[in-house]
Design a protein around this ligand. Sequence first.
Ligand code: HEM
Length: 581
Amino acid sequence: MLESVRHALRMFRYSRFLLKSVFNTFIRPPLLVFLISRTQILALPSNYALSGLVYVLSIPFSEIVLTVLSSRRKSRDRKRLGALPVPKVRGRRLGNIDVLSALIAAENSEYPGDIFLQWAKEYGPTFDMNILWASQIVTVDPENVRYVLSTAFTSFEKSEKLRDMFESFWGNGIFTTDGETWKRHRANARPFFAQERLADFTPFEKHMNKMLDILDKLTTDGEPCDIQGLFARYTLDTATEFLFGVSTECLDGFLEHDPDAPYERFMGAFNELAALGATRIRIGSTWPLFELSGDKAVKPTRIIDAFVEPIIRNALRQVRDSDAMDSNFLEHLARVTKDSKMVRDESLNILFAARDTTSSLLTSVAYLLMENPDVEKKMRQEVLDICGPDRTPSIADIRKMKYIEAVLDETLRLFPPVPYNIRRSIDSSALPSPMSKLGQPLYMPPRSSITYAPILIHRDPAFWGEDAHEFRPERWQRGSAPMSHANACMPFNMGPRICLGQQLAYIQATYVWARLLQRHARFERAKDAQPPESLPPTKEWISQGRTGRHAFETIWPHATVVLSVKGGLWVRSVPFLFHEH
Ligand code: HEM
């Protein structure tokens, strides 16, 4: 009961966006007609049907007047800034509804980014989807991305809208807040990512050994394995160990699935919330309309809280005064604040930022190594040269593994775990837009969204050369940047909100792949186990003249908030016997 009241209040609070637009669009104009008709300025026809018609027509009339006024205001503002309008996508239906439908359909049926690429070709690298007459700008121009994330950082934000989509489960932490609150979160979290801590592999070791044992068993039995699912469990176990000092131990359920085990419930809830976040982002401001029967986050959030709350209470009770390095993020936060809600939100925000991204990187490396066995061989050779077939790599070893670093750079380029991102403008401004052929900056209206697409910028031959779509780690080894534009690579974002876990992600991915390659000679695709509907429609793409990776991609990448492989990545591994080397 209490929960329902809380939910209704929360929905009402969020729905103020919706309520305001419903009031302004459908209620305000007839209300004005009514009030004016009470004065003697306007006399309504005495016929009920005709006066009813006046009330109804006041709605589109007011929309037209407001749109004209707003467009004049923006036009004056645009001229003041010396900018041109962003080219608009010309849909065939009123309000570009068909553009919205195409966008939603593309998520499940197209290669990621194709639809944006098509519009970028037609309208230029920065264009406006103009859905329901609201500016929704998209850019594949790295100079504009730099402007939004760095140069004009304070004119753009994640925004109240994004927070409201996530607040009921991730709360308010570093990932969702803006302004001074975000600065405080960042200042609190940053010291924890110091170099010394990253040198300690204790949180990974136990889970890595478990993962190796699982693979050994599957290899002996000749069984296939969804390595994406395996990495998802490993990264949840290590991230919870690293953040809370207590692991979810999800790997325990990889071989013998017990749906009632606490770790399965935690992982299920976590995955449900990640998917819900992606859906809410896709639906946009109207998401509460799709959850009228109840906030879908409540149940999974309860499961997550049942796991983290006792751990947080314990951490806050046992704050240590010594200067010894904190062994996990909770210990670190507990020294900074006694506010348990803040500790909960902050640690869950970081868990959310860390887990799926790292798992996506590990999975994409697996895929690209299976497609490029020569690279896999070189990578193994580097590991064997530096630490042999048995020794666990130290941080010093990892820093020497330059070829693996190049493999990670190249993987993050082709398959950035965060393929698209979005910001909202606070004020109007002029996007520099050097790639646009219009020769002048483009007008960024206030309170509008701008989406940028690292996955497309990272594969653009204009910055990476004719072989932009090929996997060539060597391009990172030349000793100079492999791209012609300094900002054409942004897997970890850029500017003041650059990823805090970047170093940790590189270290962890190197460590995992070094250990896997010490034990396994080869990973091979288990296409017999891959769900048929998850295979890419390559022939169709070729017949449609699509260029890029379409012709040779053997997985179907799926881009929501984080990039993944449709249907999992099914593999079999061949053990590595050192004496055979
Ligand atoms: C391959 C792995 C990873 C990738 C590609 C990645 C990428 C990103 C990106 C693109 C953002 C910017 C999001 C935005 O502002 O919209 C971000 C933010 C962030 N990441 Fe990562 N991340 C990775 C791993 C990690 C890990 C392992 C951690 C921590 C343990 C982490 C912690 C964070 C935090 C705290 C932020 C928020 C920074 C802020 O807003 O100030 N990330 N990451």
